[in-house]
Design a protein around this ligand. Structure first.
Ligand SMILES: [Zn+2]
Length: 392
């Protein structure tokens, strides 16, 4: 049994408690109470620190290292594992990998071979011919994207509802815990953000297969039209949403749909290659975040970081806080993302019965959300009550 003494506890559900004590037993939280000054048990003393739930990345791609790379399977594995380890060091105790890696990587973490967050892989992107994740060069027939069973498979290109059903079953066979579909174009696929991709019957096949396994489909969707189209097929979880409009936000609220906007990837793309189109898209996504927040749509937190050396994942919270405030940004990356992922009974807040996944910060993110952009401010990360160390 361990007691974590917290100078300030942010519980992930909207409450703040000064000078708190979190009791941890067998990896679970058993009590959250005011610090009484007395404890005969082992104490992790963070009396001058902020303690909060471990962060949740609801939209990562730890296996997408970049197009056209000439890497061996060993090098790909090494890069993927480095991305996984880095996510945990930066305070992320749960990552939904929204396309790329499969169940083999999650198994490495689950069996203790690899120090990393709990991983919920979406497996390969399910995409139509010529769709967002169809990575073939336009004039080639053969798929050039990486596929190494047990490690990474970027996409399954399929057409027709039977073909989608087969692809979705294949994704589940390789350890997907939910299914990712592409219903609009995207930035990395060179445009078509206002397109609708995949037919309603194709999407229905994916939703049926997911529901049969008590899980769900989430959709890469930039345009409002693509969101409405996917809602008609039963999809309730959306990614990006950069071109959201008011009627669609209202429809999303009515049907209980969620949105995971992804601000950081756009910020990074602008840093690499500043242009007016990307700036306009980031501005538009900011408006979508505000609109969705005001409409009462659950907003998850996703960085959408890509490539090798994925660093600074928590900057997503800094960008989000600029729009909806620090407390809402923190809840977005903790309890709200946990609800969207369907695991709020295990993670996402500091409460008895939940896993002791905690982030300890040297600073107060409520008054200084930029603390999330400073890895050196991470004092400790606990996953299941075990201190895994600070960021390096
Ligand atoms: Zn993505």
């Amino acid at each position: 049994m361990t007691v974590v003494r917290c100078g300030q506890l942010i519980d992930g559900l909207g409450a703040v408690m000064p000078d708190a004590a979190v009791t941890v037993e067998d990896g679970r939280i058993t009590a959250v109470e005011p610090w009484t000054g007395e404890s005969s048990r082992t104490v992790l003393d963070y009396r001058d620190r902020t303690v909060m739930p471990g962060l949740i990345e609801a939209h990562g791609h730890m296996g997408l290292l970049g197009p056209g790379l000439q890497l061996s399977a060993a090098e790909i594995a090494a890069h993927v594992f480095a991305n996984v380890q880095q996510a945990l060091r930066e305070g992320f105790t749960t990552v939904r990998d929204a396309g790329g890696i499969d169940g083999g990587v999650a198994a490495c973490v689950n069996t203790g071979l690899l120090a990393g967050p709990r991983i919920l892989p979406s497996g390969p992107f399910i995409t139509q011919t010529g769709g967002h994740a169809d990575g073939r060069p336009v004039w080639h027939h053969h798929h050039g994207t990486t596929s190494i069973p047990g490690l990474v498979r970027v996409a399954l290109v399929c057409d027709g509802s039977d073909d989608v059903r087969r692809a979705v079953r294949e994704a589940f066979r390789h350890g997907a815990t939910q299914i990712k579909v592409c219903v609009s174009g995207g930035v990395s696929s060179g445009g078509g953000l206002d397109n609708c991709q995949m037919s309603v019957s194709e999407l229905q096949a994916a939703v049926e297969e997911a529901q049969a396994r008590h899980t769900y489909v989430h959709a890469h969707a930039h345009s409002a039209a693509s969101i409405r189209h996917a809602i008609a097929a039963g999809v309730r979880h959306f990614e990006h949403g950069s071109l959201l409009d008011e009627p669609t936000a209202d429809l999303m609220r009515e049907v209980g749909a969620s949105l995971v906007p992804t601000l950081l990837v756009l910020r990074r793309l602008i840093e690499e290659n500043d242009n007016a189109d990307l700036r306009a898209l980031l501005d538009s996504m900011r408006r979508s975040v505000k609109l969705a927040h005001e409409a009462g749509i659950p907003l998850g937190s996703g960085s959408d970081l890509l490539g090798m050396h994925q660093r600074g994942r928590a900057e997503e919270l800094v960008l989000k806080a600029e729009i909806i405030g620090p407390m809402a940004a923190i809840m977005s990356a903790t309890s709200v993302s946990a609800s969207i992922l369907g695991i709020a009974d295990r993670v996402g807040s500091v409460a008895p019965g939940l896993d002791a996944d905690l982030l300890v910060l040297d600073g107060d993110p409520l008054t200084d959300p930029a603390v999330f952009a400073r890895p050196e401010a991470i004092t400790a990360v606990l996953r299941g009550g075990v201190v895994t160390g600070p960021a390096t």
